[in-house]
Design a protein around this ligand. Sequence first.
Ligand SMILES: NC(=O)c1ccc[n+]([C@@H]2O[C@H](COP(=O)([O-])OP(=O)(O)OC[C@H]3O[C@@H](n4cnc5c(N)ncnc54)[C@H](O)[C@@H]3O)[C@@H](O)[C@H]2O)c1
Length: 267
Amino acid sequence: MYCACPSRRAENPTLNRMKTMKGQVALVTGAGSGIGLAAAQAFAAAGAAVVLADVNEPVEQVAKLLAVGHRALAIQCDVSDEKAVEVMVAQTVATFGRLDAAYNNAGINSPVMETADASSEEYDKVMSVNLRGVWNCMKYELRQMREQNSGAIVNCSSMGGLIGIADRAVYHASKHGVLGLTKSAALEYATRNIRINAICPGIISTPMVEEMVAREPEAMQALLKDVPMNRLGTPEEIAAVVLWLCSPAASFIIGQAIAVDGGYTVR
Ligand SMILES: NC(=O)c1ccc[n+]([C@@H]2O[C@H](COP(=O)([O-])OP(=O)(O)OC[C@H]3O[C@@H](n4cnc5c(N)ncnc54)[C@H](O)[C@@H]3O)[C@@H](O)[C@H]2O)c1
């Protein structure tokens, strides 16, 4: 039973288990910016050693974490490159000894465009990062977690993985695909102490969205009108749920697509 009294709350084993990731190792892709950076910072604040991987090596971001006493490592990795992903996971394990949590966050946007006008190059580019990138990462993370008999993975989908929006077919297809990978892999590892889930952010205030606002102001205005909470989300609001999904507090949750979207997909 939930109790609002602070002293009783401290005895709640689920809440106590959420407090720390001390001694654990977390890997975040696309950690140089936006949601990925916020997630890496949240893992570090919870006590984990964190690997920040990004196509642009996030050395400054890692330097800031090291400066305040966290354990962190920067890796340059393009998630669409399977060999680079294999090396990323190997470097993580060589440096910190294991892999307990992975947030497969790296992703790119696609232009707002009618399906009939989209190019095959754009389709391949978006799919190679958003879908194949997640598949690449899961493959090598799972090889390590399978050996350890433990681990938690969160894949980054989107509210675009749950619904369709006109002129967004390619991006939405990639994010729907992430949910297919997540659900199927979650079932494979359900009895092996490895949990796999997905997060579906709504419209979050990050460089990706700022760039979209600058490029397509009308499309963004139209999207924002449909957010019941009437505001953008913050990267920290996504990071908090990623951390929770990787913690023992979420020990009975697998294969879920958790919408963190201010109510966008409720209607
Ligand atoms: N911001 C939003 O509103 C929103 C909504 C739903 C889902 N998402 C998803 O959240 C994730 C993070 O988005 P964000 O808004 O923080 O974006 P962002 O552009 O701020 O950050 C993305 C990071 O990923 C890195 N990256 C890009 N391609 C990469 C590659 N091939 N390999 C490795 N790293 C790569 C970039 O360098 C950047 O640091 C993406 O998967 C995105 O699709 C974002």
